[in-house]
Write a protein that binds this ligand. Sequence first.
Ligand code: AMP
Length: 172
Amino acid sequence: MEQIASAIRNIPDFPKPGIQFKDITPLLADGALFRKTIDLLKGRHKNNGIDVVVGIEARGFVFASALAYALGAGTCLVRKPGKLPHSVFRKTYDLEYGTDAVEIHTDALRPGQRILVVDDLLATGGTVAAAIGMIQENFSVEIVEVDFLIELAFLHGRAKLPDLPIHSLIRY
Ligand code: AMP
C-alpha cells in the first residue's frame, strides 16, 4: 500500500488556490502498481457476485472498467450532464458555488443487480452521494460497496453516505 501511496503525486493549489490535488497519473502509468491496485479491489469482491461496476466520470472510469474486467462484471458510466446519448436520469447537487449534476442511462441497470460504485477520490462526498441517490431513486439494485482509491478523511465525505459500506485504499 505504501508503494501505491507514494505513486500518488500531490499538486498544491490545483486547480485553484488551497486545493491539494491528488494526481494519480504516476500510479496509472506504473503497470505493476496499477495491477496491484485493481487486484486489491478485486480481492475484496471476487466472491460477492457483482454484476456491474459503476464508474463516476472521469477518473472513476479507469478503476471501474479495470475492476469490472477483473471480476467478469459489466461496467456502467455515471457522467456529467449532456454526455450520455440515450435517455437519462439526472440528479443535481450543490457545490460551494452553484450546482452540478450527474446522469445515468435509464436502462443502465436491471432490478436485483448487485453493484459496486467506484471513484478515484472521496472528498466532500457530494459527487458520489448524488450518483448513489440517483441510482437508489431510479433502480432497485443492491449497492454492495462504494470503493475509492483515496479518501480525504478530514472532509468527512462518508457522512453523506451513512447507510452504505464504504472502503478506501488510502486515507489522508
Ligand atoms: P467530492 O464531490 O467533493 O467528493 O469530489 C470528488 C470528485 O472530485 C472526485 O471525482 C475527484 O476526482 C475530484 N476531487 C476532489 N478533490 C480532489 C483532490 N484534492 N484531488 C484530486 N481530485 C479531487
